[in-house]
Design a protein around this ligand. Structure first.
Ligand SMILES: [Zn+2]
Ligand SMILES: [Zn+2]
Ligand SMILES: [Zn+2]
Length: 224
């Protein structure tokens, strides 16, 4: 196996008190809920007549709170986790640990199960991909990695979109134009008189796959 520093989230979880687990678990669930709010706003901005009426009827107050809540949940989760666990859990020396759930990582190019090499690759060894077994050395730097080393890069949401913040009222969005359209539809001019959108800069960026909710099993027993 490679020597890249990894974090085992299950082992870290086991170090938490029941109260800390309850707190962090609840925030994680609400963060997913916040992403659902954000997805819904994106949907409302699509000009497709059948779907949007119910969402377009939502108030400006809803749009503002729903658009902002993921930023709040992200920082709540970050604070709760960072307060509960020592730094060594997250860093080996000065190097941040890579989550174990990413699975195997190619020791030469850093490709992983769902981030394969151009042209495709598979595992030649536990930590070496087939694209790296031939003699031609290839080095691949993803856009995310390039942004990560650029300290001036704006904060990104899980879809890799830049997040913008209004310096007037603090509302945040990935799409200032879409929000302006929503405000106009609700009969308002903008979020506030000082509306001025600038890229938001936070410490960590978040990129993940689109959410897929699990269907409830209709035959499952419901607790009384
Ligand atoms: Zn490789
Ligand atoms: Zn590869
Ligand atoms: Zn504003």
């Amino acid at each position: 196996m490679s020597n890249l520093p990894r974090i085992d989230g299950s082992a870290a979880w086991a170090q938490l008190s029941p109260e800390q687990q309850a707190d962090i678990g609840a925030i994680a669930i609400e963060l997913v809920a916040a992403w659902a709010c954000d997805d819904q706003l994106q949907e409302a901005a699509q000009p497709r007549d059948e779907l949007i009426q119910e969402i377009a009827d939502l108030s400006e107050a809803y749009a503002r709170a729903a658009g902002y809540c993921d930023a709040e949940m992200i920082s709540a989760l970050q604070d709760a986790v960072v307060d509960a666990l020592p730094r060594e859990i997250f860093f080996e020396g000065e190097v941040a640990r890579i989550p174990s759930r990413l699975g195997p990582i190619c020791r030469r190019c850093g490709c992983t199960e769902y981030d394969g090499c151009e042209g495709g690759c598979s595992w030649a060894e536990d930590d070496l991909c087939t694209a790296c077994t031939d003699s031609r050395r290839h080095v691949f730097v993803s856009a995310d990695a390039a942004r990560a080393v650029d300290a001036r890069a704006p904060a990104l949401n899980r879809l890799g979109e830049a997040i913008f913040e209004c310096t007037g009222c603090g509302s945040v969005t990935t799409d200032p134009q879409r929000d302006a359209d929503l405000y106009r539809r609700a009969g308002h001019i903008s979020c506030c008189p000082e509306r001025h959108m600038v890229p938001l800069r936070i410490r960590w960026s978040f990129v993940a796959a689109p959410m897929r909710f699990r269907e409830l099993d209709p035959d499952a027993e419901v607790a009384p």
